[in-house]
Ligand binder design. Structure first.
Ligand SMILES: [Zn+2]
Length: 245
């Protein structure tokens, strides 16, 4: 196939423009803010789990407090009744002794329960402290997350603008290249390869492969408007004064 040498040289500009687009896309895929946001989100989720666990513990402790507290109240009521009976007098010695014995054991059990109640209150304080810590951590992380999201959005906006400039330039260059030549270039690109490379210092500018003497001789013998392809990667080998043929 044949193409005007100047059109062939434009392929180099096109390859350069495509490389710029690829770099912009790579920047878009590797934004550090994206990893930062993922990490912050994970930490927020796990701290929220801590918060939920603390809430459940707080509910359990409230129930336990009420249960122990109502037992204490029940015992205090019985102690009051027994004390009133005792104060009323006129009890038989056996009933008196039983009543005194019961009062003693009620007081001992109430004292144990009151200690339990203090223990529950201490655990409630610890759980509340944990709840406040987790809640403050979530708030702090959410501020960091909002900041990271803002930075990511700004970076994305810059990248979108850069991509717009790069693709506009790419389309302008491609629009000037003859369709059949451009088709070769685009087929290369569709296969994930570089479309064109400058032949320089015996190497293909697309794949960096060194060309052997025979190949170089046949390229040197080819007409200027012959389209020469790299045997290794298939790129259009563009010849200029720099090619040293
Ligand atoms: Zn090559």
């Amino acid at each position: 196939m044949k193409a005007d040498p100047s059109a062939q040289r434009q392929l180099l500009d096109l390859a350069d423009a495509d490389a710029v687009v690829a770099r912009v896309d790579h920047r878009g895929r590797s934004l550090p803010e994206v990893a930062e946001i993922a990490e912050l989100t994970t930490r927020i989720d796990s701290t929220r789990d801590d918060l939920v666990r603390a809430d459940i513990s707080a509910e359990d402790l409230t129930r336990e407090y009420r249960r122990v507290d109502s037992e204490v109240t029940g015992m205090a009521d019985r102690e009051r009744k027994d004390s009133a009976l005792l104060a009323g007098g006129g009890l038989a010695p056996k009933a008196l002794s039983e009543l005194q014995h019961e009062l003693g054991s009620l007081a001992r059990r109430r004292s144990v329960l009151e200690d339990d109640l203090l223990g529950v209150m201490e655990r409630q304080e610890a759980v509340e402290a944990e709840r406040q810590r987790a809640s403050a951590t979530v708030e702090h992380l959410q501020t960091q997350l909002a900041d990271a999201e803002k930075r990511r959005d700004e970076a994305k906006a810059t990248i979108d603008a850069d991509r717009e400039v790069a693709t506009t330039r790419r389309e302008a260059i491609a629009g000037d290249i003859p369709a059949d030549l451009l088709a070769i270039y685009d087929r290369q690109r569709a296969a994930g390869k570089v479309g064109a490379g400058l032949l320089r210092a015996r190497r293909c500018g697309a794949c960096r492969m060194e060309l052997d003497r025979g190949t170089l001789a046949s390229i040197a013998a080819a007409a200027a408007d012959d389209v020469v392809r790299c045997e290794e990667c298939g790129a259009v080998l563009v010849r200029t004064n720099e090619s040293g043929l």
